[in-house]
Each structure stands twice: as C-alpha cells, then as structure tokens.
Design a protein. Structure first.
Length: 83
C-alpha cells in the first residue's frame, strides 16, 4: 500500500546513518525479514515480486521503525472501486 515506509538507523562505526525504504507506487508494500544476523527490507509488488532490497547486519541496527500506510480516520471518506 502506498505510504508504507521503514526507517532504519545504523551504527556506521562512529557515525549514525538513517535509511528509508518506501513503497514508491500504489499497491506496493515493504516487508522485513530477519535471519542469520541479517535484516532484509524489501519493497514488493502486489504479486510478491521484489522491486528493491536493502540488507543490514543485525548487530549494527540501532532502530528499525515501521510507518504503515495510514488507515482512514473518523470523518474521512473511503472510496472503494466498482466491481
């Protein structure tokens, strides 16, 4: 869903770097996987095809913040496609 964003804060040996992985188009989402000391943040299409991937060493990550696409709040109009 457009609006998905993951912010990764890394200890880069004396300095702190911040990376953002964002769903760039409608229908895409950002997924996070971990395994064997590596954290992988991937932007994927509706069908599950990876568009781009960022890999980080887990022991270097200071913070991993997920910013999901906002859901409508009270008073906002939701438009559903015609079927």
């Amino acid at each position: 869903m457009r609006g998905d964003r993951v912010e990764i804060v890394i200890d880069a040996g004396g300095e702190i770097r911040t990376y953002d992985v964002v769903a760039t188009r409608a229908g895409r989402r950002v997924e996070i996987t971990t395994g064997r000391g590596v954290v992988e943040v991937t932007e994927v299409t509706r069908g599950g095809t990876p568009v781009r991937t960022a890999r980080f060493m887990a022991n270097r990550i200071l913070a991993l913040v997920e910013h999901p696409a906002g859901s409508p709040t009270i008073g906002e109009e939701v438009i559903h496609p015609q079927r």
